[in-house]
Design a protein around this ligand. Sequence first.
Ligand code: ZN
Length: 433
Amino acid sequence: MYASAPIVVGTEMHNLITRLYPICRSITGNGTRDTLSILRQQIPLIVQEVPTGTKVFDWTVPKEWNIRDAWIKDSAGKRLIDFKKLNLHVVSYSVPVKQKMTFAELKPHLHTLPDHPGWVPYRTSYYKQDWGFCLSQEQLEQFSDAEEYDVCIDSSLEDGSLTYGEYFIQGRQREEVLISCHICHPSLADDNLSGVAVAVELAKYLAREPRRYSWRFLFIPGTIGSITWLSRNEEMAGRIRHGLVLTCLGDTNHFTYKRSRRGNAEIDRAFSKILKDSDQPYRVIDFFPYGYDERQYCSPGFDLPVGCLMRSQHGKFPEYHTSADNLDFVRPEALADSFATCVAGLDLIEHNYRFINRNPKCEPQLGARGLYQGLAAGPHRHQQELALLWVLNLSDGRNTLLDIAERADLPFAVIKPAADALLAAELLLPAKA
Ligand code: ZN
């Protein structure tokens, strides 16, 4: 979509996803620590540990879950289901089990997807003490009523802590932009290692040069992670001027942008505009209080301007929360495109200033100031000329460049260079914030 998306960036992100994919993550435990220590090799994020039992608004930080091994063996000792082959095989937060049991006893603890007989589902039981195995329908067919099974889940559920990562880039302004992604899913690639990989790449990109806003990146377990962060940083949350949750950004579907609760926040308008400018199919959907961590950021007590950028939408694609959301399902070219789209939207936010036309009485002579010389030849020339006229006309100190791009129905990528050229020609002054 964006010519500026080099495929090498997509390959780097895919490589990071490939490294993180085998780790068994959950909302707490060593999987999140191992994940953050790999991310720390790329960005100097700070790891925070919040003890089990900490009250976070209406919730409590749960016990820490860790798992070493799990299996179901037949009476001959053959592993029919093996956690070491695929960590989705164990229901996340399963309590420990070591028992021989009949198929009838075991069966209520087995989960399959009959409509996709080769796929393994992903299930969790965070807040209800339970255990279970996830397997393909094809694997289930190897089981028989006559057999006795040796069932083992070598897990622990103990006092420990919830782990999350935070990376802050100081900008000229104290006001912040929040980028949030979840790190609690085990071997699932699109949901949400793709969001993690795009966030890491954005952090590296934004740290490269001085910025207007301060930027805060959160790598947190879903739901309980954002609730924990908000509860510990209530005051800081007041500085968030724009925010974005990143998820499902590696599949080849078109983009879906989910608006913040406010519906018309600058971030909502920025991403709607960038997607419109892309000339590719896309969807902008309204806020609803379900999905990812935007639910918490947009709860009424915070009502932060935080939207969510996805390609395929949460819960709406067959591979969602199954073993088919794997390393083949996410593509380097889709990741590169997602990164470039985020850069376009976030750069818009960084550069969305207001200006004042210093020559407001009739049009200034653009040709005499050499402003036509910089224009492209060919079909884009007229668009660029129009952009100069629109920016001059609407720069009365009240309209931002996004206001102008929307009203002119011109791409932001054309309006911004026009404003730069007019500034250089001393026809514009920055308006006071
Ligand atoms: Zn999920």
